[in-house]
Design a protein around this ligand. Structure first.
Ligand SMILES: Cc1ncc(COP(=O)(O)O)c(C=O)c1O
Length: 387
């Protein structure tokens, strides 16, 4: 058994990130300022988006996007149950009605074929989530959006660096929302970015993110700014700080290398675990895409074992291997069980995955030996608890 605990994820922070944060702290400009602007410009250039709005989180991005799209009480938003709570919670908090469509069992992405039958005259938008960093099938989604005049809001929390048919997520005619939480493909501590081709939408989100002050209001204490400001509309406080962007500026050039390393580890897992009947391994989508491998999420075939998924994770922990849970499907959580009772039983693939899924360690700093330890521990737990 390995001596040290291996967490399921840990960020790769280098000296450049640390020195840049120290530089911000020493400069006296800690909050939103020139480094946020630089990170915005560089992120835009990386994904190929004409407009981007840096924020305090992807959750803030989902919230402001739905507000900027003027979602009204009763408006329906189609999304996946296999996501983090905030995708669906933001719909609720904006007065919308989440319409959950089942997932496709191989990729665990929303099953695009099942969306059409759930579109009604109240449907306003679709929120596909690029699960684990693998792109949803965007062409049929854009076709539906065009046919029914719907907005596409890509929850790209897992998808910094992901590509669909040779183009980066963030570059399409939609709204894409990225997360820079410490477990994500790159981090700013906490943080998010909304990318869009729609200038007026970017402007509206930008106003909403900082008290409704005009876009360049952050400059008001700088030599080039003016201390006076105007409130254009009531807004939130969802701005990214310079000490966050300082980290992001040095993470972004490392992103492609991070993805290469993540892919090498995922490919190793796929090969080393291929003959384990008790696991259903994540599958590549059949269309052209570049998987960013944010997560490696096998399903444990619990019917073949004497333990359930939670016990499986506890057994891994005893062997000093951490794991994560992405996700217990949203409709299995207490509030949603009570408030969306009609959903029960209608999402069989999400139900199946929800009881069986776990995230094995996957992060760029992992060594080959770490990955071999994970495989060894997974096999040991299975052999011990096989029925
Ligand atoms: C799919 C998905 N959407 C949204 C979020 C929210 O991101 P943030 O933590 O930056 O608010 C997360 C974060 O885990 C996520 O995984």
């Amino acid at each position: 058994m390995r001596k040290e605990f291996l967490p399921f994820s840990t960020p790769a922070i280098g000296d450049d990130e640390i020195n840049e944060v120290v530089d911000s702290l020493k400069s006296g400009w800690i909050t939103t300022g020139p480094k946020v602007k630089r990170f915005e410009e560089e992120f835009k250039a990386y994904v190929g988006s004409p407009f981007a709005v840096p924020l305090s989180s992807a959750t803030a991005g989902l919230h402001l996007t739905l507000l900027a799209l003027k979602i009204e009480p009763g408006d329906e938003i189609i999304t996946t149950p296999m996501t983090f709570a905030s995708t669906v919670s933001m719909i609720i908090l904006c007065g919308g009605v989440p319409v959950l469509v089942d997932i496709e069992p191989g990729t665990l992405n929303i099953d695009v074929q099942k969306i059409r039958e759930r579109i009604t005259p109240r449907t306003k938008a679709i929120i596909p989530v690029h699960f684990a960093g693998q792109s949803c099938d965007m062409d049929p989604l854009f076709a539906l959006a065009k046919e029914f005049n719907l907005a596409i809001i890509e929850d790209a929390a897992h998808a910094a660096g992901t590509e669909y048919k040779g183009e980066k997520i963030g570059s399409f005619n939609s709204i894409s929302i990225f997360s820079f939480h410490p477990n994500k493909n790159i981090t700013t501590g906490e943080g998010g970015m909304v990318c869009t081709r729609d200038e007026s939408l970017a402007e509206e989100i930008s106003l909403l993110k900082f008290h409704g002050m005009s876009r360049e209001a952050w400059k008001r204490f700088a030599a080039t700014g003016t201390p006076n400001y105007d409130i254009m509309l009531p807004g939130f406080k969802y701005n990214m700080m310079d000490i966050q962007a300082a980290i992001g500026i040095h993470q972004l050039p490392r992103l492609d290398g991070f993805i290469e390393r993540r892919t090498a580890i995922a490919d190793f897992y796929n090969e080393a675990l291929a003959d384990v009947a008790e696991l259903a391994l994540p599958r590549y989508a059949p269309y052209d895409q570049l998987h960013a491998w944010h997560l490696y999420t096998p399903l444990v075939r619990i019917e073949m074992l004497a333990i359930d998924r939670d016990q499986f994770m506890a057994e891994l922990k005893k062997l000093n291997i951490g794991s994560g849970l992405h996700y217990k499907a949203i409709h299995h959580h207490a509030w949603y069980r009570e408030n969306l009772p009609q959903v029960e039983g209608s999402l069989p693939n999400a139900d199946y995955a929800s009881y069986r899924i776990l995230s094995l360690p996957l992060f760029p700093k992992m060594t080959d030996e770490d990955a071999r330890d994970v495989v060894g521990a997974v096999k040991e737990v299975i052999v011990k608890h096989r029925k």
